[in-house]
Design a protein. Structure first.
Length: 374
């Protein structure tokens, strides 16, 4: 007989340390952005003008490179502590130091290329579409999101993890039955090799259109029963049934429109007074990123609340679809134990930082979360 025991001191300590590191990393990055935006930006802009002349593209790429490298250098120790040291300290990682470095380098390569392309596109719109650039930028963001949504599971994700079709025909039959009547057409169900990196269990619905697929971590497949896997799979199907992806894209379009408009207003109001050549000066890139970052941080609690609402809908769907209360509860208890999740975080912490409901709340959907699981 299994129960969700009171949160252990180890789990509380792990989650507290991860939260402290997250807040510190975010604060350091925001402080550095503010310094570069309000203090160093104009001087850097003048230096780059002396170096490259009136070549806006070279100046833009140079500013982006300097800002990206400096941000990475000042946050790298905290990132390493959070993603490597803490994960090993609490026996949650299988990653070697060499593999951590390789994955980090891959992230720099992929993120650097994508970031430079997106940044170039943003400034091309800023320089060519006049006063309405922020409206065009929102349309561009929507297009990029749709394209990346299609490319993520087939092109980007395999750079970091091995992805192979699930071959267990018995399990495949059970999972495909859960999509019957949902209008969900998936390209396939795949095994995501996470065990070289982590001991945590996870699953996801990824891709758009013809690239849509369900990804099940090998850590989940090897530790969960078929009934528990059905619950997790049904939860992912719930995202499709409730059209969460479409709804989230719509929300993001509105937020992007608002964010780009705020950037435009702030640049026109403050850029010249801060010493930038113009509101479209490439040297003012830190100012753009500072406004977008601050805007995103302010909205994070609201976005998390929406995400938690969506996740609760999927939990109810999984419970109704599988009609297996015992498997539902055992799956979430197992997830909490494997991932060292805090089932009872402080309400303020959950409100500010959790994009999924705490485990105790998710179990409550199936009944009293404190009762033993028979």
């Amino acid at each position: 007989m299994e129960i969700l025991a009171p949160t252990s001191s180890e789990v509380k300590r792990y989650q507290r340390q991860k939260l402290i590191v997250l807040v510190m990393g975010t604060a350091i990055a925001l402080i550095w952005l503010s310094l570069t935006a309000f203090r160093f930006g104009p001087q850097v802009g003048q230096w780059l003008t002396d170096l490259f002349g009136e070549q806006p593209w070279f100046r833009l790429w140079a500013v982006a490179g300097l800002l990206g490298i400096s941000l990475e250098l000042i946050t790298l120790p905290i990132d390493f502590y959070s993603s490597y040291i803490l994960e090993h300290r609490y026996q949650l990682s299988n990653q070697t130091l060499g593999r951590w470095i390789v994955q980090r380098l891959k992230g720099y390569l992929v993120g650097g290329v994508l970031g430079l392309m997106l940044l170039s596109g943003l400034y091309a719109l800023l320089w060519t579409t006049g006063d309405w650039w922020w409206l065009w930028a929102t349309a561009g963001w929507l297009l990029v999101s749709l394209v990346l949504g299609q490319l993520l599971p087939v092109l980007i994700l395999p750079i970091f993890y091995k992805v192979t079709p699930l071959t267990d025909e018995t399990l495949l039959h059970r999972l495909r039955a859960l999509t019957s009547g949902t209008t969900l057409t998936i390209q396939g169900i795949y095994r995501l090799e996470l065990s070289k990196e982590t001991r945590k269990a996870n699953a996801a619905l990824a891709g758009l259109g013809r690239t849509r697929r369900v990804l099940l971590g090998d850590t989940l497949l090897e530790q969960f029963t078929p009934e528990e896997i059905e619950v997790v799979f049904a939860h992912e199907v719930g995202h499709h049934v409730h059209r969460h992806l479409v709804k989230m894209i719509a929300v993001k379009v509105v937020l992007s429109l608002t964010g780009f408009f705020l950037v435009d207003s702030f640049l026109r109001t403050a850029a010249a007074g801060l010493g930038y050549a113009s509101y479209s000066d490439p040297a003012a890139l830190p100012l753009v990123l500072f406004v977008l970052t601050l805007f995103g941080l302010v909205l994070t609690p609201a976005e998390n609340a929406l995400s938690r609402f969506f996740e609760r809908q999927c939990d109810r769907y999984a419970l109704d679809r599988t009609s297996n209360t015992a498997a539902y509860r055992s799956a979430f208890i197992k997830l909490a134990k494997i991932n060292k999740s805090d089932p009872d975080p402080h309400r303020l912490v959950a409100w500010l930082f959790y994009d999924h409901p705490p485990i105790r709340e998710r179990l409550a959907i199936a009944g009293d979360a404190s009762e033993p699981l028979s």
